[in-house]
Design a binder for this molecule. Structure first.
Ligand code: PNW
Length: 471
């Protein structure tokens, strides 16, 4: 039986501004926390920065043509906040907006649905200097920025995502410090998480005021498929605590209008959460989501540990002396046995099935999109110039088959976006990790679609899952 997907299903690719654009100092763009962080010695592998990246800022028309040739029907990209507001406040820079307007028009001309993310981690440095996400005012600044972008692009972009993976912004940026701005205070991380939720709510209000009624509002979470290593009570409790800090700290206020009680209890020794003002939960939930974006790469396996803080060395989030799990002390993170990608992350499509069917139950009626899924492998072009990334084809095949099983079991999944269109700047790992279905030779900026791109093109064109072989 062929594995076929419903008509109208979105088959897309995804990218983020700082990871591909380069042109860090052009057309009035201001510095973001990732410029500062990547230019600080010791923060990224080999001192890699996004100064040039995949030079997408100058090659967007070529990259859109590549997508059109592959036959994908959607593209998820992010807008660089400091290109639009160099200091995070004040009037918009016209050239910054023009770039995204031209991109959206080009996509629409080629029948590709633009899916716009307002924030994929590039906070204007000036706002970090005023306190960053732990400061409440940053949420209001984000809402103002959202309104500016909606004014400029609301007539052509229908699908709006406020934030990408606020967990990473809050807990890797302000907790473990492996992401920009590299701060390491557990309470700042919790404050940041709340202000990101608030930023979503305030931005949703600003977007609704400007966008036409049919516009679609979403958020993409790095939903964590967390499993207890054993059925023992202590391990199940470790699972509960990590689930609260990874998932429910966001889905609580976003979907249910409140922070989970157990999260407040688990973190009570750190903070009384008085940074949550009385009206904030209502503000966050005021404009319901039209869909939820699920980003998934690998499952997380936890157990209860004897003492001390959450182990940080092997949780897959990058090594740090500081835990990104405030309040989840005495938790150990384990490698899932079996196959790994170049990130060291396990390969397990059942995690994606579990998440999709879970959210179908937790939020009945809310459409779901897989807004990121993919794998890094050390791809190199062969002598004939082709890139035979068979392992990536197998990874994608397994996960898309799991998505199909979730669909069959009632999850309302409307689209899938492979991370990523292009090899790009993989944050603290720099250019060492290649997630693209299109290979980038950074010395020449030559693009070469990998075998996985040809395989994915067949899926996008037919809506039928091809066998996991090199086409
Ligand atoms: C996501 N983790 O990041 C991002 O949205 C992308 O920008 C990124 O390139 C992609 O996944 C691949 O990493 C993550 O530590 C970063 O578990 C870190 C983690 C997960 C996702």
């Amino acid at each position: 039986m062929p594995v076929s997907f419903p008509p109208g299903f979105l088959w897309g690719t995804a990218t983020a501004a700082y990871q591909i654009e380069g042109a860090a100092q052009e057309d009035g763009r201001g510095p973001s926390i990732w410029d500062t962080f990547s230019h600080t010695p010791g923060r990224t592998r080999g001192g890699d920065t996004g100064d040039v990246a995949a030079d997408h800022y100058h090659r967007a028309p070529d990259d859109v043509r590549t997508m059109a040739e592959l036959g994908v029907n959607a593209y998820r990209f992010s807008v660089s906040w400091p290109r639009v507001q160099p200091t995070g406040r004040g009037p918009a820079v016209q050239k910054g907006l023009d770039f995204y307007r031209a991109l959206a028009d080009d996509l629409l001309d080629r029948g590709i649905t633009p899916v716009l993310t307002l924030y994929h981690w590039d906070l204007p440095q000036a706002l970090e200097d005023e306190g960053g996400w732990p400061a409440r005012d940053t949420a209001q600044r984000f809402a103002d920025y959202a309104g500016l972008v909606a004014d400029a692009l609301g007539d052509r972009v229908e699908r709006w995502t406020t934030l990408n993976e606020p967990w990473c912004s809050a807990f890797l940026g302000y907790g473990s410090g492996v992401h920009a701005p590299g701060r390491t205070d557990p309470v700042d991380a919790l404050r940041a998480a709340h202000h990101l939720n608030l930023a979503h709510g305030l931005a949703a209000h600003a977007l609704r005021a400007v966008l036409p009624g049919h516009a679609q509002l979403s958020i993409s979470l790095n939903t964590c498929a967390v499993r207890a290593r054993t059925d023992r009570d202590a391990d199940r409790d470790a699972r509960r605590r990590v689930d609260a800090l990874a998932n429910r700290v966001f889905t609580g206020p976003l979907l249910h209008g409140a922070y989970p009680e157990d999260l407040l209890d688990d973190t009570a020794h750190l903070t009384d959460w008085s940074f949550v003002h009385a009206d904030d939960p209502a503000t966050i939930a005021r404009h319901p989501l039209d869909s939820l974006g699920v980003n998934y790469y690998a499952p997380t396996v936890v157990s209860a540990a004897a003492g001390g803080p959450a182990s940080t060395a092997d949780d897959g989030h990058g090594a740090s002396a500081h835990s990104p799990w405030p309040g989840a002390d005495r938790v150990s993170f384990h490698q899932q046995p079996g196959e790994r990608t170049d990130m060291g992350w396990g390969v397990d499509p059942t995690g994606l099935y579990d998440l999709l069917t879970h959210y179908a139950r937790e939020a009945p009626g809310l459409p779901l999109f897989v807004t990121e899924n993919g794998a890094a492998y050390p791809d190199r072009p062969a002598a004939d110039g082709t890139v035979h990334d068979v392992r990536r084809i197998r990874y994608l095949h397994g996960h898309i088959a799991a998505l199909h099983r979730a669909l069959a079991d009632g999850a309302d999944v409307r689209g899938y976006f492979v991370w990523s269109l292009l090899d790009n700047f993989e944050w603290s790992y720099g250019y060492a990790k290649r997630f693209g279905i299109v290979h980038v030779d950074y010395a020449t900026q030559t693009r070469t679609p990998k075998a996985s791109a040809r395989w994915y093109a067949r899926l996008a064109r037919t809506g039928v899952l091809p066998d996991p072989v090199v086409p």
